[in-house]
Design a binder for this molecule. Structure first.
Ligand SMILES: Nc1ncnc2c1ncn2[C@@H]1O[C@H](COP(=O)(O)OP(=O)(O)OP(=O)(O)O)[C@@H](O)[C@H]1O
Length: 245
């Protein structure tokens, strides 16, 4: 009962993020993506899918204002632009330990010391990284670095998560831990925009999908909407992807 009531409230809530990209790219006049509109709504996980070079990362960069050229409107409606971006390639300081990275992020998020210690400690446990807390990430494996980026993102408990291909490098257990935490955050009301190539997972967890190819949206909506666009009423997302791209 409570859950249904929460769901109704979430459905009525305004989107956390609304994006309209007319065109954007890496040099003026040469658009890598065109006519991409999307909204990130409370509790909703939107999957951005498409082949290599389709424009998924470019779309996320356009939203974050990281491109040299973007003819776009990006509106955040939450608490003072409170979002987390979790990039595909981990970015870190060679001279700071995992714990110090988390501390730096906590300072940026404005967390006090007891809250930081509690939340960061819980995340280390969740991602099974407690033993590595005082180590430098330069010596971490790809998956451990990816986990560090995820922990930094989750620490601030933002309204919006923008996640670029989180699954590559994570082992099945870490993937399960990540998806569990993402689900908790969605129940809290956070919205998620996530690019991925892992289509069987996308099919299972995404509420909405945006399929991009050659910088343009080919289909969007629920899995059924994607199936309709592909004219394949009971196909898997993988088969629809294949047909539409
Ligand atoms: N830094 C860059 N400078 C110039 N062009 C770029 C740059 N990064 C990407 N592009 C171009 O923009 C287009 C879209 O690339 P993008 O990285 O957004 O694809 P993607 O869908 O994220 O692909 P992948 O699945 O391989 O990560 C491609 O044609 C690519 O060559």
């Amino acid at each position: 009962m409570t859950h249904r009531f929460e769901e109704i409230l979430l459905e009525q809530a305004q989107a956390w993020l609304e994006v309209n990209i007319d065109q954007a790219g890496y040099e003026t006049g040469n658009a890598a993506i065109k006519n991409i509109s999307l909204a990130v709504k409370p509790g909703v996980l939107t999957g951005l899918i498409g082949p290599n070079g389709a424009g998924k990362s470019t779309t996320l960069k356009a939203i974050l204002g990281l491109l040299p050229f973007a003819d776009a409107t990006v509106e955040f409606h939450g608490k003072a632009n409170h979002y987390a971006y979790i990039p595909e390639q981990p970015v870190f300081y060679d001279t700071l330990t995992l714990w110090e990275h988390l501390g730096l992020a906590a300072a940026v998020y404005g967390m006090d010391e007891p809250e930081f210690v509690r939340e960061a400690g819980a995340l280390l446990e969740k991602f099974r990284m407690t033993e590595s807390r005082d180590l430098l990430p330069g010596g971490f494996s790809k998956g451990m670095r990816q986990k560090m980026m995820l922990m930094i993102g989750f620490l601030g408990r933002p309204d919006v998560y923008i996640v670029d291909e989180p699954f590559i490098g994570l082992d099945p257990r870490a993937t399960k831990d990540f998806l569990g935490l993402l689900e908790e955050e969605r129940r809290r009301g956070a919205g998620v925009l996530m690019s991925t190539h892992v289509l069987d997972t996308a099919e299972r967890i995404c509420d909405e999908l945006i399929l991009i190819s050659e910088g343009r949206v080919r289909a969007s909506g629920s899995l059924d909407d994607i199936r309709t666009a592909a004219n394949m009423p009971s196909a898997s997302l993988f088969d629809c992807f294949d047909a539409l791209t």
